[in-house]
Design a protein around this ligand. Structure first.
Ligand SMILES: [Zn+2]
Ligand SMILES: [Zn+2]
Length: 134
């Protein structure tokens, strides 16, 4: 099983274009992006990951492609249930550069929505793959 991107597809050069697409997606979702940053492996420094989510799509595990590190984005370890599905670009590539973003309530810094997007180094597609409310 594989999960494809949500919403619009755009093509770009990297993280700046991915952030722009995630900003559009979050705006349309009613929870605008407050902050976003690229995911980099804390162990080996790699920026290429395979993304996995569950049937409900309420979390993401990012698997580093250069070392055994799993990054559970924003508490996803306790959210993911059952079999996980791999996120796949439209071109068939599953090795993505990843950005995670949050939407915070206007009166606090508490995150209320999480977005995980990917940039495909093979074809340049930038898109949001998984988003969930906290
Ligand atoms: Zn790593
Ligand atoms: Zn692609």
């Amino acid at each position: 099983m594989a999960r494809s991107a949500k919403g619009e597809r755009h093509f770009g050069e990297g993280m700046a274009d991915l952030r722009a697409e995630m900003t559009r997606f979050a705006e349309a979702n009613g929870h605008p992006l407050s902050e976003a940053h690229q995911i980099v492996c804390a162990v080996c420094g790699s920026s290429l990951f395979k993304l996995e989510t569950d049937a409900a799509g309420n979390g993401v595990a990012a698997r580093c492609l250069s070392c055994p590190k799993y990054i559970y984005i924003q508490g996803s370890q306790s959210r993911l249930v059952g079999d996980l599905e791999e996120c796949l670009c439209d071109c068939g590539n599953n090795e993505l550069q990843v950005m995670m973003g949050t939407s915070c309530q206007p009166d606090s810094s508490r995150a209320e929505w999480v977005y995980v997007g990917g940039y495909c180094p093979s074809c340049g597609m930038v898109a949001t793959y998984v988003d969930w409310g906290l």
